[in-house]
Write a protein that binds this ligand. Structure first.
Ligand SMILES: [Zn+2]
Length: 171
């Protein structure tokens, strides 16, 4: 299934000037690193808000990486993985864009305030949290409690369900 411009949150595509070409590159990048059967691929191909957060991550990361290796998308998986490891600041930059977006969308749609820290812990790895926490980030990020992580997890699940309901035209 292709990633289609029309499926994603238009506001954020415009805000970040994301083109169909970049969306296609992000798709190729996910296939290259994780495969077309990966969870990331499934999450993004659905379109809508949670999907947009994933797409945004890959597009931002790829913008940084392609500046450093314009042939990245035709490399082997092994080489691309190594390149990402050697350029992990690209991943951290992507986290810095992805999570404020998720935070904002959850506030807009559900009227719920949720911290960046617990969103990262609920949605990604401890490693991602540590990287983000230790980056020179312009955002407030705190160590969440287990209860906060649990609540963030439930909000993310609600957002994914919200995506699916829109997908089936129930908006
Ligand atoms: Zn990444």
């Amino acid at each position: 299934m292709p990633f289609r411009l029309a499926d994603f949150d238009r506001e954020v595509l415009a805000e970040h000037g994301i083109t169909q070409q970049e969306i296609e590159n992000a798709r190729r990048y996910v296939v290259l690193l994780q495969g077309a059967n990966s969870q990331t691929y499934a999450d993004i191909s659905g379109g809508c808000y949670y999907a947009t957060s994933g797409l945004l991550h890959e597009v931002v990361e790829l913008r940084v990486l392609l500046k450093r290796d314009r042939w990245l998308l035709v490399r082997s998986r092994q080489r691309a993985n190594k390149f990402l490891q050697d350029n992990e600041d690209a991943h951290v930059e992507a986290l810095q864009v992805e999570y404020p977006y998720l935070q904002r969308k959850i506030a807009e749609i559900f009227g719920a305030r949720v911290g960046i820290g617990e969103l990262v812990r609920a949605n990604a790895s401890k490693w991602d949290f540590d990287r983000l926490f230790n980056s020179d980030l312009d955002l407030p990020i705190f160590f969440p409690t287990d209860a906060e992580i649990e609540r963030a997890w439930m909000l993310l699940e609600r957002l994914k369900r919200f995506d699916r309901s829109k997908e089936h035209g129930a908006q």
